[in-house]
Write a protein that binds this ligand. Structure first.
Ligand code: FES
Length: 132
């Protein structure tokens, strides 16, 4: 694994019409929460491959969809604003009403949410995940 890898994300794409329960939606804003820019918010070793971790302090979910690739999304579900919870097998789950989102793009996979999770840009510095 490289010691320094930048992962720059764009806003997640809208849900496809063919996907269960998700209507087409516009990507949310990709503005990091105030005060988090430039901060190390997690260690790479804490983010399992195929899984992720919710950083409740910043309302950000960090995922590692494949080895060495890290993504950051808002942890606020676009349905009613609950914090997303478990990340497993490449899927971010919202515990409130069952919406699901792709851990590699934030795309809405299952409603009732109708929009993706907004993606934030991050970079990996050493073992730290830094919001940019
Ligand atoms: S708030 Fe997430 S599914 Fe309703």
């Amino acid at each position: 694994m490289p010691t320094r890898r930048y992962v720059i994300g764009a806003a997640a794409v809208a849900c496809g019409a063919a996907l269960t329960g998700c209507a087409a939606g516009k990507p949310g804003p990709a503005v990091v929460p105030p005060g988090v820019k430039g901060k190390v918010i997690a260690q790479t070793a804490d983010i399992p491959v195929g899984g992720g971790k919710v950083i409740t302090k910043w309302k950000i979910v960090i995922t590692q969809p494949s080895a060495g690739v890290f993504k950051a999304f808002t942890a606020s579900c676009p349905h009613k604003g609950c914090a997303v919870g478990r990340v497993a097998d490449g899927v971010i789950h919202c515990p409130c009403h069952g919406s699901e989102f792709a851990a590699d793009s934030g795309k809405c996979l299952k409603g009732p949410a109708e929009a993706p999770l907004a993606e934030y840009a991050l970079k990996v510095e050493g073992d730290g995940i830094v919001m940019v």
